[in-house]
Write a protein that binds this ligand. Structure first.
Ligand code: HEM
Ligand code: H49
Length: 358
């Protein structure tokens, strides 16, 4: 009841409900908890809770837009086919022809610690990774090798290319995991081209438009929603400085450096930094050319500053995790680097499944 009343007080305060309304709501919830050991949020309370969970996400640089999160209340959807259909609708709404809109789909809450719906994907759209155990070579995304093998064990078969989109794998109570191939029409991708270096374009890189995190648990007022996939748009460095650059991911820096004719024999030529810069330039250029929303890390940092000012103006303390808020490229060139952040984890919030300490 403590978590419930804390959340409902927050809801009443920020939505300007009267003391009378709060008294009534708390009495009803107390009765529901007494009778059934659980209580149910209204759709309005659920949507407010999901938006505040984003506002409280200490690692998120994109929180300025927390109020505009579109919430799909899918608490009545309990079949695998229903989940797939709901997520196709979510992806279409979010993609919006490239003018990406932030959204979350919230499936039924856990009951007695059991999840009625489990989504096994880390992200709804992600590339497969095929590892040859003999040579150790990987085709595709090395981060997906384990999940790719899981999908193959379920009967899924990819085309063995570096950009095979993995299926949705959803498990509902009492049934084995089911997999579903996403319809072509809703998996928008962007070919990565460099505005002036044809050698980089010739590398044939591409990335998907919409990141949808589908393996985090949403907690609101003591209720846990284990399946609550949410999407925003990408910050360019996520694709250009990590997914395509990391040695443990697509490891493209040596190839980009070769395309630029750089001297890679010594660190002091800063060839890695020059390759990173041109790769990230290509990523931002390509998303913009294709009309797919993406934010550069300087603009994102400014937007976070704006978020901080608004939160202070509303008398709310800003919480943040510095090491995650700073971008992986030129961090000290953004204002975030030169500030300290209170890493307190407020609720509602998003957690990794095991509710591990963060
Ligand atoms: C709208 C555009 C958005 C942008 C540009 C953005 C940007 C980011 C970035 C760059 C990260 C760090 C990710 C990493 O380093 O792997 C992050 C983390 C996070 N974001 Fe956002 N975000 C956006 C929207 C959202 C939305 C809509 C939600 C939820 C409703 C959200 C919740 C989170 C959470 C929970 C984390 C931490 C993830 C973790 O702990 O692994 N973000 N965001
Ligand atoms: N732009 C985004 N990026 C993002 C947000 C949260 C989590 C992640 C994935 N983070 C995990 C990876 C893998 C290790 C470090 N980063 C990406 C968004 C994804 C969904 C909504 S916004």
């Amino acid at each position: 009841m403590a978590e419930a009343s804390k959340f409902l007080r927050l809801f009443a305060k920020e939505q300007q409900h009267t003391e009378h309304w709060l008294g009534q709501r708390l009495a009803n919830v107390a009765e529901e908890l007494d009778e059934t050991g659980a209580y149910r949020l209204t759709t309005e309370e659920l949507a407010f809770g999901a938006r505040v969970a984003w506002r409280n996400a200490t690692r998120c640089i994109g929180r300025l837009y927390w109020k505009s999160l579109h919430v799909f209340d899918r608490r009545e959807t309990t079949t695998a086919e229903g989940v797939f259909e709901a997520l196709c609708e979510h992806l279409s709404f979010a993609t919006n022809g490239g003018n990406i809109r932030s959204a979350i789909s919230i499936f039924p809450e856990a009951r007695r610690g059991k999840a009625p719906v489990t989504i096994h994907n880390h992200q709804l759209i992600r590339y497969a990774g095929y590892k040859d155990d003999a040579t150790g070579l990987v085709i595709g995304d090395p981060a997906s090798v384990g999940f790719t093998r899981f999908c193959e064990a379920l009967g899924w078969k990819g085309n063995g290319t570096a950009h095979d989109i993995l299926p949705l794998v959803v498990e509902t109570a009492g049934h084995p995991p089911a997999w579903f191939e996403w319809p072509e029409a809703i998996t928008l991708e962007v070919p990565i081209e460099h505005p002036t270096e044809p050698g980089i374009t010739a590398l044939g890189m591409k990335w998907y438009a919409v990141p949808v995190i589908s393996d985090m648990r949403l907690e609101i007022g003591g209720i846990s929603y284990p399946a609550a996939p949410f999407n925003g748009w990408y910050m360019g460095t996520e694709v250009g400085a990590r997914n395509l650059a990391d040695a443990g991911r697509y490891d493209m820096l040596p190839k980009v450096a070769a395309a630029l004719g750089l001297d890679t024999a010594h660190h002091f030529t800063l060839w890695k930094d020059r390759a990173l810069l041109e790769l990230n330039t290509a990523v931002l250029h390509s998303f913009r050319e294709n009309g797919v929303k993406m934010v550069d890390h300087h603009t994102a940092a400014e937007q976070h500053e704006h978020f901080e000012r608004i939160e202070c103006r509303h008398g709310r303390k800003v919480t943040g995790e510095w090491a995650w808020l700073i971008p992986p490229m030129s961090p000290a060139a953004t204002s975030i680097f030169h500030k300290e952040y209170d890493a307190t984890v407020l609720k509602p919030n998003f957690f990794y499944p095991e509710k591990e300490a963060r």
